[in-house]
Design a protein around this ligand. Structure first.
Ligand code: CDP
Length: 202
């Protein structure tokens, strides 16, 4: 069975948590496409050219433990503006999306550009303050000494870059179901996503 679930939204909206939970619930495979851009950005930080870095990506590059930092997020959103970098990452995402057994992909352009024919599209969002608070807690829990104001400014700058770029800007597909997690617990957000997907699967 081929069944693609596209989950898009701005930084730290809860896409990752919802995607993992949904994939586990329906026993679908999950691809966090942000990792492709983070791993590319990480290689650029180490001195590689962006396009060369995207083309050289190997599965083990996505396993690195240092991809979640604010610096790598920033580098990711800078390489993500380059059309040739995005193009270099398309084939892998297409193949993943149409694998047998169902697939969940989360990112910024999955429902609009990568999988416009996805069976289910969700756009997960929340206020910038709520998202920055979540990211701040994640970063401090992993030992990153940072300030809330810095995280908020980073998240807002990255959202602006992602939404305003010419190629594959972050936006909700016309047929996406919007889930605003500003005032939802993670359990409630996951339940909502499962309800929408379950209805399409039925
Ligand atoms: O975890 P968070 O939501 O903060 O970010 P991410 O999903 O890991 O994505 C990091 C960056 O990669 C984003 O800010 C985008 O610039 C870029 N990205 C993209 O352009 N397209 C995607 N499908 C996924 C990520």
């Amino acid at each position: 069975m081929k069944f693609t679930i596209a989950i898009d939204g701005p930084a730290a909206a809860g896409k990752g948590t919802i995607s993992k939970a949904v994939a586990a619930h329906f026993t679908f495979a999950h691809l966090d496409t942000g990792l492709l851009y983070r791993a590319t950005g990480r290689k650029v930080m180490a001195g590689m050219e962006p396009l060369q870095a995207a083309r050289a990506l190997q599965p083990e590059d996505l396993e690195r433990e240092d991809l979640r930092s604010a610096e790598v997020a920033e580098a990711a959103s800078k390489v993500a503006v380059i059309p040739e970098v995005r193009a270099a990452l398309v084939a892998f995402q297409h193949a993943f999306a149409r694998r047998d057994g169902g697939a969940v992909l989360d990112g910024r352009d999955i429902g609009t550009v990568i999988c416009p024919d996805a069976e289910v599209k969700l756009f997960v969002t929340a206020s910038a303050e709520v998202r920055a608070r979540r990211r701040f807690l994640e970063l401090t829990a992993s030992g990153d000494a940072t300030r809330f104001e810095t995280v908020l400014a980073d998240v807002m700058a990255r959202d602006k870059r992602d939404a305003e770029r010419d190629t594959a800007p972050m936006k909700a597909a016309d047929d996406a179901v919007l889930i605003d997690t500003s005032e939802l617990s993670i359990e409630a957000a996951v339940a909502k996503a499962i309800e929408v997907i379950g209805a399409r699967l039925a």
